[in-house]
Design a protein around this ligand. Structure first.
Ligand SMILES: Cc1cc2nc3c(=O)[nH]c(=O)nc-3n(C[C@H](O)[C@H](O)[C@H](O)COP(=O)(O)OP(=O)(O)OC[C@H]3O[C@@H](n4cnc5c(N)ncnc54)[C@H](O)[C@@H]3O)c2cc1C
Length: 609
């Protein structure tokens, strides 16, 4: 149980990726501003699973207390399979548990937010200066979109990426049409292969999360910032239509007792929901803001009829075919599959130098890829409208993100330990959209009624089929290729020429491409349905767009129909970004800090670096 009611100027519900940026910026800019952050999970400081980059995969596999799993309905489009997702659950949220892949949206993704959805100040011209302000790009930059002195550190691996180099070598000879690109993340261009940076500090070898970057350095010195962990916000409380605080419970121990006597914190100026794509709409619905049918089903008295709350749930989703790698491959398998004793030498090296395989995320090369005219024919007519509507006239938008990952991603394979790599293909902007809603009006621990609706649009399936084929041609030409882990590939019909083998040797760069029959294509589709999984980029459930179009917040992040309440996290995006989402969460955090500072009359939160 928390102490007696306290009053703050600003209360943040959720202390994740975006929240830490906003709270940190405001706390420094105005030491008189009393800020409360209520985060459901624990502190993340000094947690080796977070700090030591290569441990991300083992931590994800254990899905311990710094993760929240979300289990959807069985999906008929996945042959009845259930494909779950997770979010971070600790100070820093997803930024503390993510894969650290530095992947930035297309400039036109942000421009669409401004021009298509009418959100003034959210186009690339406004957001790029904020992205620069947020980051220190620890590499030579070939363009002026990267930052030099921001709290978030971005680096390239200094060694241990020989498989990425091989893959890039193959792409150079095999796919000359696309070729190489200087900076895969230059915002205005895509469709070239290149090295990938990571959200890892190249000097210390530590993960660069928003808690470490914006909160922990000031927590002891800025007493105006009160961060309470293991506190779960139940709902916002209102005086009429004005948000004046939140009700919250302890996020551990006896849930029932906590629920019977929730604590209250008052906000004299603003309540900001930063609980992520699942948490923020759930808090809104428990507070009486949402669609009439959802609220009445859960006995919540309606304050505002906002049918868009919890709708338009977007994600990116991926397939991960694995391949055997030659012994010389620098892979993370030893760290991901090894015992603590086997990992210890890497820990020692990392502790002493900040380098070595533990300072890796294993994702060192990739492409944000667009289809050629021939590729569009291969994908087929189901994708034509989507292509014409979204991509044809936006040359900076990829349809897939394809990366090589140095290691086996999956449950430990049977047999003696071996080396692997995989080629993960991620849908950059899938058509399918889902929803997430509460199943209890009072219990913040109740499971959510959630369905990401993966593959509900056939085009998404056909794009993935094409991506599988393309990434496979690249993989089998790498000198370190030693065959396919057949269990993580399609079950091609017996006798099919498309069937993979292990062990086997690389094919020559100019060797023929695999020819697929219709039966082979069906096998790939089946494989996609059986294995497609979340990339953990859930977003869009409190969309920033006009209320009449299902919007939940306006372009100042105000929730429609009430006062003193904003949402600021990945739930506000009106349309997906064609990239992994951490960088966009950073943009939202920085932009929200500027907006709030302006409205509260706080100086010292500039709009650029
Ligand atoms: C496993 C994983 C891998 C990923 N990999 C990458 C990657 O490689 N690259 C990339 O760019 N992006 C990646 N992402 C995505 C990125 O990290 C997220 O998009 C980003 O963290 C979202 O930020 P947010 O502020 O919207 O929400 P979050 O960071 O999820 O923060 C929400 C916070 O609110 C808290 N919360 C929820 N409900 C309540 C409540 N009722 N009361 C109090 N607190 C609450 C949660 O505990 C959480 O800490 C990954 C995400 C995950 C989970």
């Amino acid at each position: 149980m928390a102490e007696a009611t306290k009053t703050f100027d600003v209360i943040f519900a959720g202390g994740g990726a975006a929240a830490c940026i906003i709270a940190g910026r405001l706390a420094v800019a105005d030491p008189a501003l009393k800020i409360l952050v209520l985060e459901a999970g624990p502190h993340s400081r000094n947690n080796q699973d977070h700090e030591q980059p290569a441990r991300f995969f083992s931590a994800l596999g254990r899905c311990g207390e710094t993760f929240t799993p979300y289990v959807p309905k069985a999906n008929p489009k996945l042959d009845g399979r259930v494909s779950s997702t997770v979010t971070g659950r600790c100070l820093g949220g997803g930024s503390n548990v993510n894969v650290m892949n530095y992947c930035r949206a297309a400039a036109s993704d942000y421009d669409d937010w401004e021009t298509v959805y009418g959100n003034k100040g959210w186009g690339s011209k406004s957001l790029i200066p904020l992205l620069r302000k947020a980051e220190t790009y620890q590499a030579v930059s070939t363009n002026d979109t990267h930052g030099k002195a921001g709290p978030i550190k971005v680096s390239f691996a200094k060694g241990g990426h020989n498989l990425a180099n091989e893959w890039l070598g193959v792409t150079e000879s095999f796919d000359q049409h696309r070729g190489q690109i200087d900076d895969v993340n230059a915002l205005y261009a895509c469709d070239g292969y290149g090295r990938l940076a990571r959200f890892i500090d190249g000097k210390t070898g530590k993960r660069s999360d928003t808690a470490s970057a914006y909160i922990y350095p000031i927590l002891d010195t800025h007493k105006n910032l009160d961060v309470q962990v293991r506190k779960r916000v139940v709902r916002v409380i209102f005086d009429g239509k004005r948000a004046v605080g939140v009700e919250y419970v302890d996020d551990e121990g006896d849930h029932v007792r906590a629920l019977q006597s929730p604590s209250v914190a008052h906000a004299s100026r603003l309540v900001v929901l930063c609980a992520g794509a699942f948490g923020s709409p759930a808090i809104l619905e428990r507070s009486g803001i949402g669609s009439t049918s959802i609220l009445s089903k859960n006995d919540v008295q309606q304050i505002v009829d906002l049918p868009g709350v919890g709708e338009h749930l977007m994600d990116h989703y991926n397939i991960i075919p694995n391949y055997f790698a030659a012994d010389y491959g620098d892979t993370l398998d030893e760290i991901w599959q090894g015992t603590e004793a086997e990992v210890k030498p890497f820990v020692d090296q990392w502790s002493q130098t900040g380098q070595g395989l533990l300072a890796h995320n294993g994702v060192d090369a990739g492409i944000r890829i667009r289809p050629t005219v021939d590729d569009l024919k291969t994908i087929g007519p189901s994708f034509t409208k989507r292509w014409n509507d979204c991509f044809a006239n936006a040359p900076d938008k990829p349809i897939m993100i394809m990366v090589i990952v140095a290691g086996y991603m999956g449950p430990p394979p049977i047999g003696p330990r071996q080396k692997f790599f995989n080629t993960t293909s991620i849908t950059a902007c899938p058509m399918s959209k889902g929803y997430t809603h509460i199943t209890s009006g009072v219990n913040p621990y109740a499971v959510l009624d959630y369905d990401p609706c993966y593959l509900h649009e056939e085009a998404d399936l056909h794009v993935m089929r094409w991506a599988y084929k393309h990434s496979r041609e690249l993989a089998r030409r790498m000198p370190a290729y030693r065959g396919e882990l057949v269990s993580s590939h399609p079950k091609f019909p017996e006798g099919s020429e498309a069937a993979g083998k292990a062990p086997s040797r690389p094919v020559p760069i100019d060797g023929p491409k695999i020819k697929y029959t219709e039966a082979d294509d069906r096998a790939i589709d089946e494989y996609v349905k059986q294995t497609v999984s979340s990339t953990f980029h859930s977003a869009g459930t409190c969309a920033m767009k006009p209320r009449a179009q299902g919007g939940v917040v306006d372009d100042r992040l105000n929730v429609y129909g009430v006062e003193g309440l904003k949402v600021a996290d990945m739930s506000i995006i009106p349309e997906n970004v064609t990239a992994n989402t951490y960088n966009t969460a950073i943009a939202i955090g920085e932009k929200a800090a500027v907006i709030i500072a302006q409205e509260l009359g706080i100086k010292g939160v500039p709009e650029s670096d």
